[in-house]
Design a protein around this ligand. Sequence first.
Ligand code: DGJ
Length: 737
Amino acid sequence: MAAVASLVTLLSPVMAASSSSAIVADGSSFSLNGNDVSYRFHVDNSTGDLISDHFGASVSGDIPIEVTGNVNGWVNTIGRVRREFPDQGRGDFRQPAIRIRQSEGYAVSDLRYQSYTVKQGKPDLSGLPATFGTDDEVSTLIVHMYDNFSSVAADLSYSVFPKHNAIVRSANITNQGKGNLTIESLASMSVDFPYENLDMISLRGDWAREAHRERRKIEYGKQGFESATGYSSHLHNPFLAVMDPASTESNGEVWGFSLVYSGSFSVDVEKGSQGITRALVGLNPSQLSWSLGPGESLTSPECVAVYSENGVGGMSRSLHNLYRKNLIKSKFATADRPALLNSWEGLGATFNESTIYQLAKESAALGIKLFVLDDGWFGDKYPRTSDDAGLGDWIPNPERFPDGLSHAVNSITALKAANTSTNLRFGLWFEPEMVNPNSTLYHEHPEWALHAGSYPRTLTRNQLVLNVALPEVQDFIIDAVSNILNSSDISYVKWDNNRGIHETPSPSTDHEYMLGMYRVFDVLTTRFPDVLWEGCASGGGRFDPGVLQYFPQIWTSDDTDAVERITIQMGTSLAYPPSAMGAHLSAVPNQQTGRTLPVDFRGHVAMMGGSFGLELDPSDMPEDDKAALPALIELAEKVNPIILTGDMYRLSLPEESNWPAVLFISEDGNKAVLFYFQINPNINHAIPWIKMQGLDPKATYRVDGNSTYSGSVLMKIGLQFPIATDYGSKVVFLEKQ
Ligand code: DGJ
C-alpha cells in the first residue's frame, strides 16, 4: 500500500495543574494530584478521545503533547497514542478496555468526551466493595463519555487519595438506546505506559502454595494472567506491579494495581507494535457477556493504582495504609487480635463436646484468648463427620452437642485465659456458599445449586456451589448464619469456601453471584459488627480487597509449614497489609510438607501475621515444644500492635536469600521489631549484615534493651545475627531513644 505519512503536530502543550488541589480540571485537561504522584490526561479535540499524558512522579507545569512520528502502514494514529479508555473497532488493534456488542451485532464503539464533574469525597459503588474516605481524604473526578451512534454513556470515575499516592478508577456503562446490547469486556483500569522497557510482577500459585512472586520482563505482544475459577483464586491474585527494570525492593519506580473484587478477573499487559505498554485490569471477559437493556447500567469493580518512587516496598506500604484506613470497614481493622487456637489441624472433623472442651481448656491454660471450632459441628440428618455430607444444613449436630451448641459455648466461654481475668472467647467455622448433595438443603432445593441445564454437576470435595446470585439463596444464608450467631455467644466467624465455580446457567452468573455474595457479606457484617470475621477459601483462594472490605482478616494459606509460609506471607504482603493475614503455629511433622521445624521458628513466622494463632492439639506435642508456647503467645501479643499498624519493610526476600528478614516500624516511629530467619545452616562462612530501612538516620535506637546505634548505622551498616543451626530465627526489638 502507499505509505501515508503524517505527523501529529504539537498544537499546544497540555495545561498543567495550576493549583495544589487534588483535582484540577478545565474540560480539556485533567490532573489528579497526590503527595508524590501526578495522573494527567487530556481530550483530543479532533477525536474526542481521552489521551493519557502522565502517571508517575509528581510534576507541575505544562506537559508536551506526545509526538507519534510518521503514521505509516496499517496502524493509524488511534493505535499509536496512549488512550485513557480504549474502545474497539476503529483501528486501535491493541486490547480494548471496553468491548460492546451493539444491538445490531457489531462490536464497534466511538466513546467521546462530553463533560466532567468533580466531587469532594467518594461516592459508593453500588453493590460493590469500594475504598471510602472523608472529604479531606479523597476527591473524585467523573468524566462523562458518550457514543452518539449507539447511545451508550460511559462514566469514568477517578478518585485520588493524595496521602496514599493512590488513584482509584471504575467505569459505569449505561445503555441509553432502544435496543439490547452486551458488554463483552470491561476493564476497571487501563493505563498506557510510554515506550520504555518495563518489568512486571504477579502473584501466582495454587492451593497451599499461594502468592509466589513472579517477576518478568514485559515483552512485545500480550502477557497476562487471570482467574477463571469464579473467585479471585490461589492461581493468580488480582494484583499487578509494573516497574522500571532497575527498580528493586527499596528503590525505583513501581506502579501497583489492585482490583477490589473477589470473582474471576483478568489482567492483560500488552506491549504494542509501537512499544507502548497497555495494562488492563478488570472483570474476566470470559465470564461477563453482560446484557444491558434500555436504561440499564453496569458498574465495574474499582481498581486501585498506586505509584511509588521507593521500589516495590514503597508500593506495598501505600496499599497497606490505604487498605487499613480506607477499605476495611470492620472496627477490628487495626485493633489488637486475640491469640487464638483453631481446632482444624488438631482435631479435624472428629470431636464431640467433651473433646473440644478439653482442647479449649488446654488452650486457655496456655494463654490463648479465643477458641475456634472449625469444620464438623453441624448437620442433623446428614451429619458433617467427613467432607461428604452436611454442607447447607447449619444446625448443630445433635449427637455431638446433645445439650445444644450454646451449652458447649457457655462452658468454653466460662474458662479464663491463663494469668488474666479474661474469659475465653468462642469462634465458629461456616462454609455458607456451598452444599453437599448429601444434605437436607440439597434434597429440598436442588435448583439452588449452580448448574447448566442437564449437564452433570461436577463435584469438588464432594460439594456444589449454591447460586448466590438468587435472592432466595442470599436470604437463606443470611438467616442460617444469623440464627447460629444469635443462638450463642460467638465472637468470631471463619467464613470458608472450598471449591471453584464450574457449570453456570450463563457466563454473567459469575458476576451476579459476586453481587449477591457482597450483599450477604454486607448484611451480616452490618448486623453483627462485634463479630471478628475471617475470610478463607481453602486458605488464600479468596485473598483480595473485595473480601477485606467486610472481613478484616483472611486465612492466608492451608500450608502452615513455616518455611513455605515465609514466601507465602511475604508474597501476600506485596498487596495486602500484614494486619489482614491469619497465620498459625502448627504441629510437626507439618501436615502439608512433612517437615519438622523448631517451635520458635514456627511461632516467629506466624506472629508476622496480624492474627496469630495455634493450629494443633497441645496434648499431642512434645513437652519441650508445649512448654515454649506460653512465651511465644506472649511475644506474639507484644509484637501484634506493631504488625497491625506499623510500616513493613521486606529487608531480604526468601527467593533471593538464605536469611529472609522483615522489619515492622510502629506508626509513630518509636518502636520497631525485626524478624530474621536462617533457612540452611551457615557453615564456616561470613555472617551477613542485615541493613534496616525506614528508621530515622539521626535518631539513636536501643537494640533488644542493650546496645544503642544510630539509625544511619543500622540502615547503612546493619547488624549481624549469628545462628548456628538451620531453621533458626530471631525477633529483635528496636526502641528509639
Ligand atoms: C479449608 C480451610 O482452609 C481449612 O483451614 C479448614 O477450615 C478446612 N477447610 C475445613 O474444611
